[in-house]
Design a protein around this ligand. Structure first.
Ligand SMILES: *Cc1c(COP(=O)(O)O)cnc(C)c1O
Length: 393
């Protein structure tokens, strides 16, 4: 019988029993070491031979030790992958993805609602390396007609950053498979828990573990998960080549975060829906962006493809972004800050220039606030929003 994901979250990567003492620590220790010792040269050569065969044996700390293997197992189990490559941040995973699969002269198609700093990576690094990135809107453009002979990667994010636009991953995967191009998806929103892109046809799932995996805003980490050994081989080699390592302590904290995901995620999701309900009846609100909200344009896709939701939502107001600044300053429980997925509520004043590249954005001069609904008691959060929004009256 296949286990429910919430059961897996508690048991995966928990470590083997010591063959002598027949005991095992409930919480796997953080194996902090930069290097390993080999019992003999024979042992070293043996391990090097295994490594050449693509096995995840350890010759040096950059590939990680048991703590890292446990977290890799967590990601593989949750995503339905066979290989996991950890990175020092979510953005480092995006960098690793592009460096692993593309070279000078190659072309990549990237969805226009992708995580903002992707464009910095593109402008400041990929362009100079001769890698061309073309942005497209999967819900408006015909992907097949955009594919060129040198297209080597299609990279999307669903639901998108800022507006949480759901994409039809199975439909996109059918096209990329026909053209034999890898489809990679930023699955940070789903965080390997409520959305499973590999089971929907994607080849690589990328997760910023910084967000809901960590759950406590206390670490930075990324993961690339795939079931394809050819792609995994490229990603593992490049991860080693660029020295993209993760500390055992951060891996340990991520493992600890995973153990409580089953209770955190529904709490965030339920509170976010209550906030949507409150905002939907508010006279200054024009539109709510949250795929689990029945009025959201992505609701049908969310129902079909996701098993849950989270605490992220954006709100479009009938006033300008400028007029929202006093509202943001008046909030007391929502910290003004980037990132999300921790225990605490956050508000981001969305710069109108950040929405411009998203074809899904139709709000013209309306202002947008992005909220992360944390684990605070919901009535307190609603009361805080109510008092701050009264400034718009
Ligand atoms: C935060 C985030 C990232 C990057 O993660 P970091 O660990 O902060 O580098 C990537 N994608 C999405 C969708 C994110 O929200």
């Amino acid at each position: 019988m296949t286990q429910h994901i919430d059961t897996s979250l508690v048991h995966i990567g928990s470590g083997a029993f010591d063959p002598e003492t027949k005991t095992a620590a409930v919480s796997l220790p953080a194996i902090r070491t930069s290097t390993v010792r080999f019992k003999s040269l024979d042992a070293l050569e043996n391990i090097q031979a295994q490594r050449a065969q693509g096995e995840r044996v350890v010759t040096y700390g950059i590939s990680g030790l048991e703590t890292h293997r446990a977290l890799e197992e967590v990601f593989n189990t949750l995503e339905g992958g066979n290989y996991c490559v950890l990175s020092s941040s979510g953005l480092a995973s995006i960098h690793l993805l592009f460096m692993s699969l593309l070279k000078s002269g190659d072309h990549a198609l990237v969805s226009d609602g992708v995580y903002g700093p992707m464009r910095i990576l593109d402008q400041d690094l990929l362009k100079g390396l001769g890698i061309e990135v073309h942005y497209f809107s999967p819900n408006h453009d015909d992907l097949a007609s955009l594919i060129r002979p040198n297209t080597r990667l299609v990279y999307i994010e669903s639901p998108s950053s800022l507006l949480f636009e759901m994409l039809d991953v199975p439909a996109l995967a059918r096209i990329t498979k026909q053209h034999n191009i890898p489809l990679a998806i930023d699955n940070t929103w789903g965080s390997s828990h409520i959305y499973k892109p590999l089971t929907l046809g994607a080849d690589i799932s990328l997760v910023a573990g910084t967000k809901y995996i960590a759950g406590h805003s206390d670490l930075l980490m990324g993961a690339l998960v795939t079931h394809r050994d050819d792609l995994a081989a490229h990603m593992h080699r490049t991860q080693y080549a660029v020295g993209n390592a993760v500390s055992a302590d951060d891996v340990w904290l991520a493992l600890r975060g995973v153990r409580t995901m089953a209770v955190r995620m529904p709490h965030h999701a339920n509170s976010a829906l209550t906030v949507c309900e409150f905002l939907a009846s508010h006279p200054h609100v024009a539109r709510i962006y949250h795929p689990a909200w029945p009025q959201d344009t992505g609701f049908a896709l969310w129902q079909r493809d996701c098993s849950g939701s989270n605490g992220m939502l954006s709100v479009e107001f009938k006033c300008t972004a400028q007029a929202l600044k006093p509202v943001v300053n008046a909030l007391t429980l929502f910290g003004i800050g980037f990132s999300w997925g921790g225990f605490e509520s956050l508000v981001q004043w969305v710069n109108p220039s950040a929405l411009k590249p998203h074809r899904a954005w139709q709000g013209q001069d309306h202002g947008v606030l992005r909220l992360h609904i944390g684990l605070e008691f919901i009535d307190d959060l609603i009361a805080d929003l109510k008092q701050a929004l009264s400034l718009l009256d």
